[in-house]
Design a protein around this ligand. Sequence first.
Ligand code: NAD
Length: 303
Amino acid sequence: MTAQLIKGTDIREEILEEITKEVADIKEKHGQVPGLVTILVGENPASVSYVTLKGKTANRVGFKELQDNQDENISEADLLALIDKYNKDDSIHGILVQLPLPDHIDEKKILNAIDPDKDVDGFHPVNVGRLMIGGSEVKFPPCTPAGIQEMIVRGGVETSGAEVVVVGRSNIVGKPIANMMVQKGPGANSTVTIVHTRTKDLEGHCKRADVLIVAAGVPGLVKPEWIKPGACVIDVGVNRVGEKISEKTGKKVAILRGDVDFDAAKEIAGSITPVPGGVGPMTITMLMRNTLNSLKYQLGLME
Ligand code: NAD
C-alpha cells in the first residue's frame, strides 16, 4: 500500500488563500487589516531568514507588517519598553519576539511581557492555560501544533476515539499537541499517550497508534515496523543530515530528514507527511491565522 500524502505545501496555499480573502473582506467592511510586528535582536542568520519569511507571508496575505530590528546590545529594559509600546498600539494585533535572544536578556521575562491578547505564538502562560482548558477559551493555539491538527483535519483523518501517540514532550510541540488532541472538537476527541526519552517501551506504544505524531528531532527514530498498517503518521522532525548543491540555485543547501524513515513508512501507513514540505510550511501559516483571529477578537467578530 502507498500512503496518502498529506502535503503542508498544498494545505498552506489553501489556508493563505482563505486568509487573503478574509483580510480583504474585513478591510472593506471595517477599514482595518491585521498588524504583525516581529522584533529581531541581533543578526543571527537563521533568525534573519525566519523573520524575512514571516514578513513576506504577512505581506502576501495583506497584513500590515513591521520588522523591528534591534541592535544585539539593546538592554532588557529597552526591549521591555519596546514591547510595551506595541502592546498599546491598536494597529498591532500580533507581537513576535524572534528567539534566541542574547545572553544578557531574560527570554522568559520578555515573552511574559507580551500582552496575552497579542501573543500570536501562543507561548505566554495565559495562552498555555487557555489551551489546557480548551474549547472557546483557546485564543492562540501554538503554531506548529495548530498546523499539525489542521493537516489531520484537512487530510480527512478520523481522530474521534483514535489512539494518538505523541513522541516528544517539548513545550512547543509534544505537550501542546497532546493536549489539543485530547480536547472535545474536530480533529481531536482522541485517547492520547505521550512518550519520551524515559519511556520503557517506545516501540510497543508506537505500534498501537492510529495517529502517530513524532517530534523528537532524531532522524529515523521511528522504524517502519513500529507503524500500525493504515495509521496516519505526522513527522514533525526536521534534521539536517548533510549538504547538497541545489539544482535550482546552484548553492549549497541542507539535506533534511524527518524522524521517520519516509520511504519505508509510506508503504505501511495510511497517510503520511513528507519532510521537507510537510509540517514545516504550516507553522508560519498558522501564525498568519492567529494574527487574523487577533483582529477578529478585537472587532468582536470572534468570541
Ligand atoms: P525538543 O528537543 O525540545 O524535544 C524533543 C523531545 O523528544 C523531548 O521531549 C525528548 O524527550 C523526545 N525524544 C528525544 N529523543 C528521543 C528518543 N530517542 N526516544 C523518545 N523520545 C525522544 O524538540 P522540539 O522543539 O519539540 O522539536 C522536535 C523536532 O521537531 C525537531 O526536529 C525540530 O526541528 C522539529 N520542529 C519542526 C517544526 C516545524 O516543522 N515547523 C517546529 C518545531 C520543531
